[in-house]
Design a protein around this ligand. Structure first.
Ligand code: ADP
Ligand code: MG
Length: 628
């Protein structure tokens, strides 16, 4: 059959264009990526052979060979893994499945624009599921000869990386597995040198659990240690080896923030080598909430998708769990709701939370950095994992209205005012916006600390958890503020003149009538000191921020009517009260009432109910003011 030519998917072409034409100082990563693919291919076949032993009977020892050929100026990476058939080739080496690719290309483009200064970009190629294409950094032609385990037909894929690739049948494919042959670009001869290859493999691939040979046949020389890193005694593993292993399992280039290497004994036996990344993975908030811990059974790779192995709120974890007591021939389906897996999850969770606690106690600053990256995820556990709720509450950190930096709930409680019976909080989109919330003013004036909760998850866990050490959480944007009983830090004079009760009463009554169908109630505020007005949710109604969040996520939540609170000490309210009392200009007063309400909405981060009406009212008012 003749060779058939295909076009690369547009994204692949663009990627290849960037990859092939930029200057990189760390071109050697292409070898790491090809070895990583070979290792994956062997893992896949080893797993398939558990149920179909005939697939590997002829050649049971998995391996990778790296073969430099000086005369032809090629480097070949060959494995006896699962191999690919024609459809696999089209699918895997012609399109990009990963959603992160666009992001990666942006980083590469940026690196290119910055010239020499950002050489790390290429290093991340594996992280985005496009490692294979790194071959075109050093090669101007790549051939892939491959035969899928259990199939008889071999295939050759060829491309010069310029828009197209071709596929044809071949007799020359390995008996099983894949041979990737790189025709090196003119200036890449260094990769033909034994010493160079040895160094690269030792640097990046020593932890790969399968033997890597330099050359093949009689003069093949094994150039890695080839034992699964997590099975080696801790004392024999260097920091660099741990870090390289992390780069490999996590498809990441940062150094881990925390490493946990342990052997669990007792009811379930397993080895865990887990990492907390030093940088936030790009897909941390992807809706599938997948974790990054691979499951092995007695050194055999089983799956990286064992959902039940790690709770979703620890999905930032990377690493491996190697079980001693799960059956080897376990299918991925059987792993669901498996009691042994559940037990692993429980013990692993306890261990990780304990390690986090230790870190928090030992180095608050470093823990704070971890929290800024992963706190929003960890907090999901507060409402998903009631069993560990207390520990998670201990681990949680918050920004507050009274202090710089992060505080714990313990810190909060220690700082409570005499007679304070609740943990006050406010939820919103950013801590900066929250710090300026009008609803905080009264609390601030009395020195009462308010937690600034700026993650979407906060609207969910707080009601679910309800209390901390029997102290209820209370939103400052909901219900009455009850601030009267606390002594003020500021003297009353600072806060401006307050009109007499009847004047305020008349104003409130007027506003109630004017805004009758827009608000649930109008009342004099205890929580405002500087702003003229604010909105609060009635006790028992849905919190304002939560309601907006649900609407943003397409939930058809009916908009609850809110309570408008006014600050009688504010000059605007003062004037308005006088106007209403004097009955001089009721029409203007009514316009002002609408403006007041829209102003409160804007401060919530909402839009005025009718933006054009709002703009007109405001212009009219300003025009009048200027004319006066
Ligand atoms: P990733 O490894 O993250 O999936 P790559 O670009 O490195 O991304 O590889 C793309 C795909 O090509 C792999 O997922 C795999 O299906 C296939 N592939 C690459 N190299 C091999 C190989 N040596 N043996 C079998 N399949 C391979
Ligand atoms: Mg890869």
């Amino acid at each position: 059959m003749a060779s058939e030519t295909y076009s690369f998917q547009a994204e692949v072409s663009r990627l290849l264009d960037i990859v092939a034409n930029a200057l990189y100082s760390n071109k050697e990563v292409f070898l790491r990526e090809l070895i990583s693919n070979s290792s994956d291919a062997c893992d896949k076949l080893r797993y398939a052979a558990i149920t179909q032993p005939e697939l590997t009977q002829d050649d049971p020892d998995f391996r990778v060979n790296i073969i430099p050929t000086k005369e032809a100026r090629t480097v070949t990476v060959q494995d006896n893994g699962i191999g690919m058939n024609r459809d696999d080739l089209v699918e895997n080496l012609g399109t990009i499945a990963s959603s992160g690719t666009m992001k990666f290309m942006e980083q590469l483009e940026q690196a290119r624009q910055q010239g020499e200064s950002n050489q790390e970009a290429l290093n991340m190629i594996g992280q985005f599921g496009v490692g294979f294409y790194a071959a075109f950094v050093v090669a101007d032609k790549v051939e892939v000869e491959t035969r899928k385990a259990g199939e008889s037909q071999g295939w050759r894929w060829t491309s010069d990386g310029r828009g197209e690739f071709s596929i044809e049948e071949t007799e020359d494919a390995p008996a099983r597995g894949t041979r990737v042959r790189l025709h090196l670009k003119g200036d890449q001869d260094e990769f033909l040198e034994d010493a160079r290859i040895r160094t690269i493999v030792q640097k990046y691939s020593d932890h790969i659990a399968l033997p890597i040979y330099l050359r093949e046949g009689e003069d093949a020389e094994q150039i890695n240690t080839a034992s699964a890193l997590w099975t080696r005694p801790k004392s024999e593993i260097t920091e660099d080896q741990y870090n390289e292993f992390y780069h490999h399992v996590a498809h990441a280039m940062d150094d881990p923030w925390l490493r946990i290497h342990f052997k669990a004994e007792g009811k379930v036996e397993y080895t865990g080598l887990l990492f907390v990344p030093g940088q936030k993975p790009f897909d941390l908030f992807h809706p599938d909430r997948k974790h990054g811990v691979k499951l092995y059974v007695r050194r055999v790779f089983i799956t990286e998708n064992c959902e039940d192995l790690v709770p979703a709120y620890l999905r930032f974890l990377r690493g491996v769990v190697d079980s001693e007591d799960l059956p080897l021939n376990i299918s991925r389906e059987m792993l669901q709701h498996n009691p042994r897996v559940t037990k692993i999850k429980q013990t692993l969770t306890t261990r990780v939370l304990n390690e986090l606690k230790k870190k928090a106690n030992k180095d608050a600053k470093a823990y704070g950095e971890f929290w800024e990256d992963f706190g929003a995820v960890l907090k999901e556990g507060l409402y998903e994992d009631t069993e560990n709720q207390d520990t998670l509450l201990e681990l949680a950190r918050f920004h507050s209205s009274e202090r710089e930096g992060l505080i714990s709930l313990e810190d909060y409680v220690a700082n409570m005012k005499e007679g304070q019976e609740a943990i006050y909080f406010v939820t919103g989109d950013t801590k900066e916006a929250l710090a300026k919330s009008p609803q905080l003013e009264g609390f601030r004036a009395k020195g009462i600390e308010v937690l600034l909760l700026h993650h979407p998850i906060d609207d969910f866990w707080v009601p679910a958890v309800g209390t901390y050490k029997e102290m209820p959480f209370k939103s400052v944007t909901q219900g009455a503020a009850d601030l009267d009983k606390f002594k003020s830090d500021q003297s009353e004079q600072d806060q401006g003149e307050q009109p007499d009760e009847t004047t305020v009463g008349t104003l409130v009554a007027f506003l109630k009538t004017a805004l009758e169908d827009k608000v649930k109630d109008v009342r004099q505020s205890e929580r405002l000191t500087d702003s003229a007005c604010c909105l609060v949710a009635d006790e028992g109604d849905m919190d304002i921020h939560l309601e907006r969040l649900l609407r943003q996520h397409g939930q058809t939540t009916p908009q609850s009517k809110r309570i408008l609170e006014v600050n009688p000490r504010h000059p605007l309210i003062n004037r308005l009260a006088e106007t209403v009392k004097g009955q001089s200009n009721q029409a203007d007063a009514k316009e002002a009432a609408y403006l007041l309400l829209d102003q409160a909405r804007i401060m919530e981060g909402d839009n005025p109910e009718d933006p054009s009406a709002f703009a007109k009212r405001l212009s009219d008012l300003v025009a009048k003011g200027l004319a006066a």
